[in-house]
Design a protein around this ligand. Structure first.
Ligand SMILES: [Zn+2]
Length: 433
């Protein structure tokens, strides 16, 4: 689905003028839970800084590049990513392509737009999948390549294929300003920051057809994606007490016609003072933990999610195996297994029992003490079982099922519920007859 979407965007770009600013550009399409199953329950987790998905303070994140991207371009990405290190107590350790385990994986390529997983949500992605995309076509130094085409006597309008062949013949002429802006923005997401235009009440969007049409035509986004990426306001809690910061690198540019009051915003090209202050508060240097820290759980070493039929008890027994580490705050967690059909649609629950957000599900609650490590189903003794009676599963015929395993956290003290800490799915499984 995602691939189709982004390919569609590329095919409709044509360079009609001979000015660099007329090159099309993708917006950042970072979205929480974008890899999730269809008909997901909405998390409503947007904000300026997603406190529940911050890395531990003073972490050295292992970062690698997926195949692709010249050394010159990679070096520039490294250089601009490290701008954040001046202010945050976080290190980006760029490791070799062959490294087996990494926290962040960067794809420099064409056709995937610019986007990144938000903070520790990178952990939901498999080691062979990227956590961040940069569309290198939009980093091209357009003025340079247009001048080159003109020297050859080729007049506008130009198309993308011409640009691509120019880049192949004479690579590594980059628009530094744009590259730096986008790299700092996406690495801001990787550190857990969200779009600044989501600040509650900051932008009075004109939610008209013309705005939806604009994002459909320039980004290929459908209505729900525009609602999610552009219009959604964050929870006040996530502002971390900051003021709205129009200079933030995490802010979209906005045209006056898109707002009811004519408010507009140009792109920002540098970290704002607000960006520096917020990231330093979230990842303080010289301190063990941020004063803004909230309860979190770290789910690691997730093994196979075993699914067995228990004919005696008349149900499915699901035993995920994983380790959990808590931070300094107490939190209540739910281990949830939702059932989806083989096409990735959650099965609709018919009753309030065995129901999680409207989907057929089974779950267990646990109150986890601070600074603990707990292993579930890692030894021969099974200490976490998720059970669902057969009669709660709709008749599936010959269709297979997918189990979506998730860990949610309730932060009672801060009244922030249902924070997604982990998510993964099984491959399609045969249901017992
Ligand atoms: Zn973004």
């Amino acid at each position: 689905m995602k691939k189709v979407l982004f390919l569609a965007i590329i095919s409709m770009f044509f360079i009609s003028q001979s000015k660099a600013q007329d090159f099309p550009r993708p917006g950042c399409s970072s979205a929480i839970g974008q890899w999730m199953l269809k008909k997901k329950d909405t998390l409503g987790d947007r904000g300026v800084g997603d406190n529940y998905h911050m890395w531990d303070n003073a972490t050295a994140l292992k970062v690698k590049f997926m195949a692709g991207g010249s050394k010159v371009l990679r070096d520039k990405v490294k250089q601009y990513a490290k701008e954040w290190e001046k202010h945050a107590n976080i290190t980006f350790d760029f490791v070799t392509d062959g490294s087996a385990f990494t926290d962040l994986r960067i794809k420099l390529g064409k056709g995937y737009g610019h986007n990144s997983a938000v903070g520790t949500e990178s952990k939901f992605r498999k080691q062979n999948e990227q956590t961040m995309n940069f569309d290198t076509l939009y980093f091209a130094d357009a003025d340079y390549y247009i001048a080159s085409l003109k020297r050859k006597g080729i007049n506008p309008p130009y198309n993308l294929n011409q640009l691509i062949s120019e880049m192949r013949a004479d690579p590594n002429h980059w628009n530094e300003k744009e590259l730096k802006r986008v790299v700092m923005h996406e690495f801001g997401h990787a550190l857990g920051l969200l779009h600044e235009q989501s600040y509650p009440g900051a932008i009075n969007w004109k939610k008209t057809d013309s705005v939806y049409k604009y994002y459909r035509e320039t980004q290929g986004w459908d209505k729900s994606k525009v609602d999610f990426n552009v219009f959604e306001m964050s929870n006040q809690f996530y502002t971390n007490g900051t003021e709205y910061d129009p200079k933030s690198i995490m802010h979209y540019s906005i045209a006056a016609w898109q707002t009811t009051d004519g408010y507009s915003m140009q792109d920002n090209y540098e970290l704002s003072e607000g960006d520096k202050t917020l990231i330093a508060a979230l990842y303080p240097k010289g301190k063990k933990e941020s004063s803004l820290a909230v309860p979190k759980v770290d789910v690691t070493n997730v093994g196979d999610i075993k699914v067995m039929s228990d004919m005696q008890r008349g149900g499915l027994v699901i035993t995920p195996s994983f380790d959990v580490k808590t931070n300094s705050k107490i939190g209540e967690v739910y281990f949830v297994a939702r059932i989806a059909d083989e096409d990735g649609y959650y099965l609709k629950a018919e009753t309030d029992y065995y129901n999680w957000g409207g989907a057929v599900a089974t779950y267990r609650k646990a109150v986890l003490l601070p600074n603990k490590k707990i292993s579930y189903n890692k030894s021969s003794v099974k200490n976490l079982e998720l059970f669902i009676p057969f009669d709660r599963l709709p008749q599936m015929g010959d269709k297979k099922i997918i189990i979506a395993f998730a860990v949610y956290l309730d932060d009672i003290k801060n009244k922030q519920m249902n924070k997604l800490m982990y998510f993964s799915t099984t491959t399609p499984l045969e249901l017992p007859k």
